[in-house]
Design a protein around this ligand. Structure first.
Ligand SMILES: [Zn+2]
Length: 343
């Protein structure tokens, strides 16, 4: 009898862990990851470039923003998109109340984030981040994960950070990466790291390994700025390779320069040849309504993947299963909340 009870206990525990392992945190609460459906992992709806120390959320005009953004979201939904990750970090226009209105109007599942953005010359890093320790910064992000952001009950579904530099990470950027690693280990949230070139990716990987975080907890964001060789090397170690600037390519350009559509196609084909398609994420990094610019400024649509990229991949022999892998299965695997310690 005792053995049966023990088996039953572990069965229930396993079932609970299994369910927990498959949920994501949307702005409307926890949701089974299987409900994400077709997902765009890196988009923006709103930005405020003012800078961390001068930005005022009270000045944002959400009514005007909703009117501009909604038609673009609806167009995206006409291609079957069910979920987006809104990648605008705190101190650069993260706007949870606006996201809630957009989710209500469209029925989209929207994930927002916690973390700080150290790219763009650290203009969006708040002053307290320089004074505080790594653990104090992580505690602020965990507070958002546990209780909600900006006075709302909306909780982050991932960690968004940014780094930049010519070859090495700056001291503050390194601190942000360590804080992200420690926040991951205490929350299970995936780290989305605005990165770009190889050397910044490799340096982050060293830090994550020192902090005891497995690479499948980390998304190399803007990996289109890296090389085939390093993308393959890091994907083999488990990193997520995010090819995510597709909103900004010229669809007429098929010659294959470093920022063109064919650059993406070639990178994806190379990852397929090396058996690593299951580590790849795709998105547009498009949008957005810019605070302080009349009418929100120029808006890039969220549709080029559907109108141009996927048709080319199909021409090149990608199967429905492979495309579903890129757009449905991989996002679900990347963002299901679970702690991923380094073995
Ligand atoms: Zn972005």
């Amino acid at each position: 009898m005792r053995i049966l009870t023990t088996i039953f206990f572990f069965f229930i525990l396993g079932a609970i862990q299994c369910t927990m392992a498959q949920s994501v945190q949307t702005i409307r609460g926890k949701m089974p990851a299987r409900k994400m459906g077709l997902t765009l992992v890196h988009e923006h709806v709103f930005l405020d470039w003012t800078g961390a120390e001068r930005m005022q959320a009270s000045a944002w005009n959400n009514d005007s923003a909703v009117a501009v953004i909604l038609p673009y979201l609806r167009k995206m939904q006409s291609h079957g998109v069910k979920t987006i990750l809104e990648c605008t970090p705190n101190y650069i226009g993260r706007n949870p109340r606006l996201l809630a209105r957009l989710a209500d109007s469209t029925g989209l599942h929207i994930l927002t984030n916690t973390g700080y953005y150290g790219a763009r010359w650290d203009n969006h890093i708040p002053a307290h981040a320089y004074r505080e320790s790594v653990d104090q910064i992580a505690a602020r992000w965990l507070e958002e994960f546990n209780h909600g952001i900006d006075g709302t009950t909306i909780r982050p579904g991932f960690i968004k950070i940014g780094v930049d530099g010519d070859s090495l990470l700056s001291e503050i950027d390194e601190k942000i990466v360590r804080a992200a690693a420690r926040t991951h280990l205490r929350s299970g949230l995936t780290i989305v790291a605005h990165t770009g070139p190889d050397q910044l990716a490799l340096r982050q990987v060293e830090i994550l390994q020192q902090e005891g975080v497995a690479l499948d907890a980390w998304v190399w964001t803007h990996a289109q700025g890296g090389s085939d060789a390093v993308r393959v090397a890091l994907a083999q170690k488990g990193a997520w390779i995010s090819l995510d600037g597709l909103g900004w390519v010229d669809p007429a350009e098929r010659a294959g320069d470093s920022t063109g559509l064919m650059n993406y196609v070639n990178a994806i084909v190379h990852l397929k040849k090396t058996g690593l398609l299951k580590r790849v994420l795709l998105s547009h990094d498009a949008g957005w309504y810019t605070h302080g610019v009349p009418g929100g400024g120029r808006f890039q649509p969220y549709t080029l993947i559907f109108t141009h990229l996927l048709p080319i991949l199909r021409e090149k022999g990608f199967t429905k299963k492979e495309i579903d892998g890129l757009m449905v299965v991989n996002p679900r695997a990347a963002f299901a909340i679970r702690v991923r310690p380094k073995n």
